[in-house]
Design a protein around this ligand. Structure first.
Ligand code: FES
Length: 590
């Protein structure tokens, strides 16, 4: 077994000792009673070929599988669910595979973020309405991680997260490629005329060379690490590459663990609390993680009924060093991180910053998970006295352009631009930006501040990853590779550049971004955590009166539900009616 693999666990068959009294299982309410309804439940299992011995007195463990042929990152999940099933059987459970909505980042338009809360609701209700004693949550591609955690938290049924794992490194000639990050990089080179069509095609053929999630420290790997740091996965799970045998063994071990969790009735509310959320935040900062983690962590905290604000995040950022040297903020890729010891080794370098007494899904503590972990390669996982950065890689800015805050991934920005003042070049929406950006006559230079509005939770809608605005072709050809960009959008965790994101409130609900005009001066100062728009109160009021704002609300369906209830970026973009600890209502059994 490789460096960071979770340790092997002994299997325990189902039995009838006090700790394993089958009548205490939730599913016994469906299958146990000698009545007509339970007769129906049992007879229909028999219609599927199961005998009494298959399920009686055994925990029912659901494998919630986000496999789909349109989710490229989860293409190995059919095989992995078989491995999870094997582990459940080994420990005497009754496995049932339940498909749930798959949010594949690459294919869904306008953005998977539009559907994060829909998957969270589905997970919650699927767990609640079925005879399920424990669940294995199979996710990985960006939004599937927070969505499944949010749903499991609200259902509060024993659940363990099983991450898809990152892809292998991309390889092109002698270059190591990272999905996402190197797409942006080489696209800029192509636009600048430095990359021929044949090379571009070659990169397309080899940048994504296996199943799994993006292999930079994008949102998927960030959120998998967050889940692990919060105690919701087996130790070491977040970084194991998707196609390694270790990943298969992790699946089997996760199945076994789920059975143990069912017998122990170890629920998310037994594992997650304010301290474990703080561990998740600090882990996301120490790995130089995605800005999207802020939105998801605030939403997760909201489901737990614990407080997490942008100010909290910024304050943790000031005291948490970046220790993982992973792209897009650093040099290496997830495969290197795994071989260097993975998240357990990294967390072992910062125990003074963590709440190591937090419980995990194994029944032990975070301290148990990270003790005696060794850093194998200190270029990839830096020591505390040689960090990638002394402080966290993500900062929160506030000012008259973002009264409720905005974020910047400072570690992935050109340091020269972290304090910058320049004239705004404003695009009203994404199609306008696309149509005009590469116009030879566009009035723009490297000091301009590119501004995109109508890209937030309501404006786009769905809060898409448009925040890394492309650079104008004529500037790329002059050698410019970074500019200050400001929007109410998110950006991919694989993106980089001086991009100010998540401006709140967004323009669509009347945030200041709605009234900024081309030529207005903007100043950002990351060290001072400020963003300032030069405008007088009178001029601002004049513009507001001249152009009132009404957020778009679709006439029907999920889009309308979303528009009426989604919260702003600084509040996590959950639906307002889902925030707060769920009373955990059980369905009536009739
Ligand atoms: Fe799925 Fe990046 S596209 S993780």
């Amino acid at each position: 077994m490789s460096n960071a693999s979770p340790s092997s666990q002994s299997h325990q068959p189902a039995n009838r000792d006090n700790d394993r009294d089958p009548s205490r299982l939730r599913s016994s309410r469906w299958f146990g009673p000698d009545d007509m309804r339970s007769f129906g439940h049992r007879s229909r299992l028999k219609a599927m070929g199961f005998d009494d011995v298959d399920y009686q007195d055994r925990p029912v463990v659901a494998i919630l599988n986000t496999w789909s042929e349109l989710n490229t990152c989860h293409s190995h999940f059919r095989e992995r669910s078989d491995s999870v099933r094997r582990g459940i059987l080994q420990s005497g459970g009754f496995p049932v595979e339940v498909p749930v909505m798959s949010l594949g980042e690459m294919m869904m338009k306008p953005t998977t973020m539009l559907y994060r809360n829909l998957l969270a609701m589905e997970v919650e209700e699927v767990l609640r309405c079925h005879p399920i004693d424990a669940a294995v949550l199979m996710g990985g591609c960006d939004k599937t991680v927070p969505a499944m955690l949010m749903g499991a938290i609200s259902a509060d049924i024993p659940s363990v997260f099983f991450p898809a794992g990152p892809m292998l490194k991309g390889l092109w000639k002698t270059e190591t490629l990272g999905s996402g990050s190197d797409v942006w990089k080489y696209w800029d080179e192509r636009m600048a005329g430095n990359l021929c069509d044949a090379d571009w095609k070659c990169i397309e053929n080899c940048i994504a060379r296996s199943a799994g999630t993006c292999m930079t420290m994008g949102t998927a790997s960030t959120m998998a690490c967050v889940a692990e740091a919060m105690g919701m996965t087996l130790p070491g799970a977040a970084c194991i590459p998707a196609v390694m045998a270790d990943h298969q063994r992790l699946a089997v071990q996760t199945g076994r663990t789920a059975v143990e969790m069912a017998w122990a009735n170890r629920k998310p509310s037994d594992v997650l609390n304010q301290q474990s959320v703080e561990n998740g935040v600090k882990a996301s900062l120490a790995i130089g993680g995605s800005t999207n983690a802020i939105v998801h962590l605030i939403a997760i905290a909201g489901r737990l009924g614990v407080s997490l604000t942008l100010d909290d995040f910024d304050s943790f950022s000031r005291t948490t060093p970046v220790l993982a040297d992973i792209r897009p903020g650093g040099q290496f890729l997830m495969e290197d991180f795994y071989e260097a010891g993975g998240l357990p080794a990294l967390l072992s370098q910062m125990t003074d910053l963590l709440h190591t007494d937090c419980k995990t899904i194994t029944g032990g503590t975070l301290a148990d998970q990270i003790q005696d972990q060794e850093v194998i390669n200190d270029q990839v996982i830096r020591s505390r006295d040689n960090p990638v950065s002394d402080i966290g890689g993500t900062c929160v800015l506030k000012g008259n352009l973002a009264p409720s805050g905005c974020v910047i991934k400072s570690i992935a920005a050109d340091p020269k631009l972290l304090h910058h003042r320049g004239p705004a070049l404003v695009f009203d929406n994404y199609p306008e930006m696309k149509a005009k950006l590469h116009d030879e006559d566009l009035q723009v230079d490297e000091n301009s501040v590119l501004v995109l509005r109508s890209a937030g939770p309501l404006g786009a809608p769905g809060f898409p990853e448009w925040g890394m605005l492309p650079l104008p072709k004529k500037l790329l050809q002059k050698g410019v590779r970074d500019m200050v960009r400001i929007s109410d959008a998110r950006m991919s965790g694989t993106s980089y550049g001086t991009c100010v994101l998540h401006i709140a409130p967004e323009s669509a609900v009347g945030g200041p971004l709605a009234w900024i005009e081309t030529g207005d001066m903007i100043e950002i100062n990351v060290q001072q955590r400020t963003i300032h728009w030069d405008i007088s109160d009178e001029e601002r009021q004049r513009r507001q009166a001249a152009k009132p704002v009404n957020p778009p609300v679709p006439s029907r369906g999920y889009g309308q539900l979303y528009a009426k209830h989604v919260t702003q970026a600084d509040q996590g973009c959950d639906f307002d009616f889902l925030v707060g600890r769920s009373p955990g209502l059980e369905p009536g059994i009739h």
